[in-house]
Design a protein around this ligand. Structure first.
Ligand SMILES: [Zn+2]
Length: 491
């Protein structure tokens, strides 16, 4: 029997429409585009969706046709040029590879461009137009996807992550590969139903190890054991994409049983609505954080500013957390990270051991607080590259650009050229800092940091300085989300 030829690709971006940084081609290139065979060599043996596709291809003897893969760091709108160029190349490669028997895609589901609000839906539409109706397309989406009817219509099957922090990406990639095999055998006929309750939850309490998301996922997984249910996806959504489809989605796909899909989707959407208040709060005031610092026993206290989270589209250059730690005179402490290419440049010129006086951070916009004048000693200079230990994104190489460890009054601050969310202990260990030896670890994040940092933390406290990625959606000047929507308009 001929081995099925399966095209695989990744084009993933979570777009914060309020972020100033536009995603142009240079930005995408910096994130690292893999092409052809490199897609496979780079992704295999990592905790990623692509690795799951590769696993199943090996197990079921698919011939892989790797097209293109890039995971673009969350930021502002993708430029028309970047989107059309990348998608154009992906389609060209797909046409050159024709015929293929199936397509496996790793997408985010919250990508917005200058010219297209539902950029994932449009991507799926163009791939469908290229391969035709008879070639199955299965796509894996992020838990923060804003799932649209167009996405559902253009794919044979959409599968969302079950976890936040996203530690099941490889498992979902495997699930997608196995489902594609059943589609090729024509042993399933997917009938999806998408229900979107009018909910716009933020993500600081969307982690799946606690209610309300844990409760929802438990129900979803119970339904997935039903013989006619192919997949149940509950995506929490990504509010700052500011598109009509932003918000929570329940997508239930059954095997040729639309009535069952509708029943399960309506039931889970109603449950999500009933549990909505559990998505609120979870953020301490700065006074409460100061109180927590006074009560540290062994440490480390992990203190996280959620309002400048790079992976929610924050610029990464807020210094509010550092300002607070200096005021509280905490030491030893370590902070990841402050993006400030100018200061990095100055430190590389000054050299290790030098003392510099700089205006740190607060330069990208006027939404994340002013710069902070600091006097610090340069402890270390690096290329900012390290490999994640995991569990999330284990084996994935991170590139922070040139990076400086600047010690300011006993606090080791990672100053970087690029903004990425610090989700792995190796962000510190690769820079000669042992996280378990700190009294306080300062991070910028929302939920992903928990996978690696919660096990070593005495306690985790979330705070929010000024910024566009926090819990208070009233800070954001929404233009395109559907109204009325909870919690903005409805209690
Ligand atoms: Zn996500």
């Amino acid at each position: 029997m001929r081995r099925p030829r399966i095209a695989i690709a990744e084009l993933s971006h979570e777009t914060n429409a309020f972020a100033r940084t536009r995603v142009d081609l240079a930005f995408v290139e910096q994130c690292g585009i893999a092409r052809g065979a490199t897609v496979v060599t780079r992704a295999r043996d990592t905790a990623t969706v692509l690795a799951g596709f590769i696993d199943i291809a090996n197990e079921l003897a698919f011939t892989l046709v790797p097209l293109l893969a890039v995971w673009i760091t969350p930021a502002g709108l993708v430029t028309r040029d970047a989107y059309e160029t990348l998608l154009g190349e992906l389609i060209d490669r797909l046409e050159t590879a024709a015929p293929v028997d199936g397509v496996l895609l790793s997408l985010h589901g919250a990508m917005v461009t200058e010219h297209i609000q539902d950029a994932d839906g449009e991507l799926l539409r163009r791939i469908r137009a290229t391969v035709g109706q008879s070639v199955p397309i299965v796509a894996v989406l992020d838990l923060h996807a804003n799932i649209s009817p167009l996405m559902v219509e253009q794919a044979d099957l959409l599968i969302g992550y079950h976890t936040y922090p996203h530690v099941d990406q490889r498992a979902r990639g495997r699930q997608a590969g196995l489902a594609l095999a059943r589609l090729l055998d024509r042993t399933i006929h997917p009938t999806p139903v998408l229900v979107k309750p009018a909910m716009l939850p933020t993500s600081q309490r969307m982690t799946t190890d606690r209610p309300p998301m844990r409760t929802l996922m438990q129900h979803a997984e119970e339904w997935e054991r039903h013989p006619r249910v192919v997949d149940v996806t509950i995506a929490g959504g990504f509010p700052p994409a500011d598109v009509p489809e932003a918000g929570l989605s329940v997508l239930v796909t059954t095997d040729d049983d639309p009535a069952l899909a509708a029943k399960v989707a309506e039931e889970l959407a109603a449950l999500a609505w009933d549990l909505r208040h559990g998505f609120l709060g979870g953020v301490a005031t700065w006074e409460e954080a100061a109180e927590a610092i006074r009560h540290i026993e062994r440490g480390p206290l992990v203190l996280v500013d959620i309002a400048d989270n790079p992976w929610t589209g924050g610029p990464g250059d807020s210094v509010e957390l550092l300002r607070f730690l200096l005021k509280e005179q905490v030491r030893p402490a370590a902070l990841a990270l402050v993006r400030d290419p100018e200061v990095v440049d100055e430190c590389f010129r000054a050299g290790i051991g030098a003392t510099v006086e700089v205006e740190l951070g607060g330069k990208t916009d006027d939404l994340h607080g002013p710069p902070l004048p600091v006097r610090g000693t340069i402890r270390l200079l690096s290329d900012g590259r390290y490999v994640n230990a995991g569990p999330m994104h284990a084996g994935v190489t991170v590139d922070l650009g040139r990076t400086v460890v600047l010690r300011v009054e006993g606090i080791d601050v990672l100053v970087t050229e690029r903004a990425e969310s610090p989700i792995d202990l190796n962000v510190f260990r690769s820079h000669g800092i042992e996280p378990t030896e700190q009294r306080v670890i300062g991070l910028k994040g929302k939920g992903h940091f928990r996978a690696a940092f919660e096990p070593i933390a005495e306690r985790v406290v979330l705070v929010e300085g000024p910024g566009i990625t926090g819990s208070d959606l009233r800070r954001l000047p929404f233009r395109f989300i559907r109204r009325p929507i909870w919690p903005l308009d409805v209690a």
